[in-house]
Ligand binder design. Structure first.
Ligand SMILES: [Fe+2]
Ligand SMILES: [Fe+2]
Length: 333
């Protein structure tokens, strides 16, 4: 593109791009955009899409063991939603000139990442509740601002995703509420799940602002609207009163209301654990990737059948068009 439009053209295009971003307009697939902007979006949207589909695994673990038909139906709907989120996001990434095959290959070979949160195991039924309340809750806080992202297809995909995430968060909250107000054993199970998921959820907002490598540029491009630490603070402020209603304790003795700041203070995060899980040493990294690769191989026949069907369909339309053309010719003769 750059070579075709020449140096002056690139300058004009860059100016038009900058003006659109400054005016809060959307950048669309056919618009000129800087290579680094495109690359950042591909990386972020792909990582987001991968997280949606890998995120199906920890919860699908409980589909066959849900304690009632009602709970099973809810969980099935939720896990299916996550598959749908993956599809919207892969489609959004494809508008930037990459293919889904290419992205999946990068996931399977470890060249692209997914959110580290899914490398933790779901040990009890209460984990389904804690994941919904905390993990989907954190996801919403991250994703609501992306509805105003400068790249149109990504922003639009997020509108529906966020509506569905809010259902996910509520089902987790309601599940934990039921357990917490149930027998002492159920309450203990809910508390244990919250104890294990709290800190990993806090890490979902990414490293602190002064260590976050991509943040400043993404904010300037309006891909990102708030810093990691701002979003993390919002999460704590939302969770504290909800935990009170649930009758559960957040496993951080340093959480307290700070009158001066009008926000909650909270304890220090163990970032060594975050970097370790990111490096592939989390409890389930290998299991998740192996399962994903296996699912991809198992689905090969579906992709082949779909491709064969689409080819047949194209051939038929082509033949019908020729037949129509011939008949038209005869009628005129
Ligand atoms: Fe999702
Ligand atoms: Fe979700």
């Amino acid at each position: 593109m750059t070579a075709m439009i020449g140096e002056a053209g690139t300058r004009d295009a860059q100016e038009a791009f900058d003006a659109a971003v400054a005016a809060d307009e959307r950048i669309e697939p056919r618009d000129w955009m800087p290579d680094a902007y495109r690359a950042t979006l591909v990386r972020q949207i792909a990582q987001h899409a991968h997280s949606e589909i890998i995120g199906m695994q920890p919860e699908s673990n409980w589909l066959t063991r849900a304690p009632s038909l009602r709970r099973k139906a809810i969980l099935m709907a939720k896990v299916q939603d996550e598959a749908g989120h993956g599809l919207y996001l892969y489609s959004a990434a494809e508008t930037l000139g990459v293919s889904r095959d290419e992205l999946l290959d990068k996931l399977h070979t470890g060249r692209q990442k997914y959110s580290s949160i899914f490398n933790y195991p779901t040990l009890t039924w209460a984990d389904v509740g804690a994941v919904g309340w905390l993990v989907d809750g954190a996801a919403i806080i991250n994703q609501v601002p992306i509805c105003r992202c400068s790249y149109g297809p990504y922003a639009r995909a997020m509108v529906r995703v966020c509506k569905e995430e809010s259902f996910h968060q509520r089902q987790g909250y309601e599940l934990l509420h039921t357990l917490s107000k149930g027998t002492p054993e159920q309450h203990a199970m809910a508390q244990d799940a919250v104890d294990r998921w709290w800190w990993p959820s806090m890490m979902m907002f990414g490293p602190p602002d002064d260590e976050s490598t991509h943040s400043a540029q993404s904010m300037a491009w309006k891909i990102k609207r708030h810093s990691n630490d701002e979003l993390r603070q919002r999460f704590v402020d939302i969770c504290v009163p909800q935990a009170e209603i649930l009758g559960l304790t957040l496993p951080d003795p340093d959480i307290r209301w700070n009158e001066e700041r009008g926000q909650h203070d909270f304890g220090a995060i163990d970032w060594s654990e975050f970097w370790d899980v990111l490096r592939g040493n989390g409890p389930c990294n290998e299991e998740r990737l192996n399962r994903r690769r296996q699912a991809h191989e198992d689905g090969a026949w579906v992709r082949e059948a779909a491709a064969a069907y689409s080819e047949k369909h194209d051939r038929r339309t082509e033949r019908d068009r020729h037949a129509e053309h011939d008949q038209h010719g005869k009628a005129q003769a």
